[in-house]
Design a protein around this ligand. Structure first.
Ligand SMILES: [Zn+2]
Length: 310
């Protein structure tokens, strides 16, 4: 059995799993420290130690929120990691610190897609889009049973497909993208803008001094807050439009929806997205289904480990 440690490097936490074959044996997490690559490498060492070290690990896989050169083992750009800079040779830094030979980097969403495809909700499906609705909206693509990367590694970025030309600003700097309406950070910005202009909402109060987390959206929705209902209607419409376009283009059989916002809003949110997709489908006979992701927030770490075994 191949034993691999998978690490998911996030903007707020670093999660790790020990994978024996296809079985998750252990999982742990630490906070993402400020201080750039050196601090991140120390956090990864601490995490791997808490998972029993590297004595029995054949490889380490690391999922990174950004642009990764998989073959060179270099993180080109990771704007969500504190003070990280550009062109960081993370694979060799971790290999030296932990004295392991094989360290494999992958993009975090790509890794989560591999995990859902091999072990999760998309197991057995060959033509799949994953959609992770969280702070932003990420996604990955599997066609003919193989992960698709595209010319620059950005294939599957459903969050940055255009649903309203010239529409609301997106986290990426452009506008009218799926993420502009469905990403948590964009929803928060719009809610605060409307609140500042005098529109009532419980969202701002519920968020307090912090970010408007996914749980805040779920709570305000449950309380029947009018602005929240409107903003989430718009999120569902944008996701329905973007996903229906992807289905028309690629003739997909399955769409897997995960991420922090989708987790907090639960099955009702995924069902609403499926309905929004279905009412916009080009082929009424399309077999496509929209289902919830199965591996939760461990999918990135599990996928990073799977990528390192192949
Ligand atoms: Zn965008």
């Amino acid at each position: 059995v191949i034993r691999v440690v998978g690490v998911d490097l996030g903007g707020t936490k670093v999660q790790g799993v020990v994978l024996h074959g296809t079985e998750v044996k252990q999982d742990e997490r630490v906070e993402t420290p400020p201080g750039g690559p050196d601090a991140i490498v120390r956090a990864i060492v601490e995490l791997v130690d808490s998972l029993g070290g590297t004595k029995h690990a054949d490889a380490i896989g690391i999922g990174v929120p950004g642009a990764v050169d998989h073959h060179a083992g270099v993180v080109r750009r990771a704007p969500n990691l504190p003070d990280f800079g550009e062109d960081v040779p993370l694979a060799s830094l971790v290999a030296d610190a932990l004295k392991v030979e094989r360290v494999v980097l992958s993009n975090d969403v790509g890794a989560a897609t591999v995990a859902e495809h091999h072990l999760g909700a998309a197991k057995g499906s060959d033509d799949v889009l994953t959609v992770f609705v969280g702070t932003g909206v990420g996604g990955g693509l599997v066609l003919g049973g193989h992960a698709v990367h595209g010319a620059t590694g950005a294939a599957g970025e459903i969050g940055h497909t255009v649903v309203v030309d010239g529409g609301r600003p997106c986290g990426c700097g452009k506008s009218g993208h799926v993420e502009s309406y469905a990403g948590r950070a964009c929803i928060e910005r719009e809610a605060r803008r409307r609140h500042a202009a005098g529109e009532p909402t419980t969202l701002v109060e519920l968020a307090g001094d912090g970010r408007m987390k996914s749980g805040v959206l779920a709570k305000a929705l449950a309380e029947g807050d009018a602005m929240t209902i409107e903003l989430l209607d718009e999120a569902v419409r944008a996701l329905g439009a973007g996903i229906a376009s992807a289905v028309a283009l690629l003739d997909l059989s399955l769409v897997v929806v995960g991420g922090g916002v989708a987790d907090k809003l639960g099955p009702a949110f995924v069902a609403r997205i499926e309905e929004a997709v279905r009412s916009r489908l080009f082929l009424a006979t399309s077999p496509v289904r929209v289902v919830a992701a199965a591996l939760g927030d461990l999918s990135g770490a599990i996928g990073a480990a799977l990528v390192a075994t192949t």
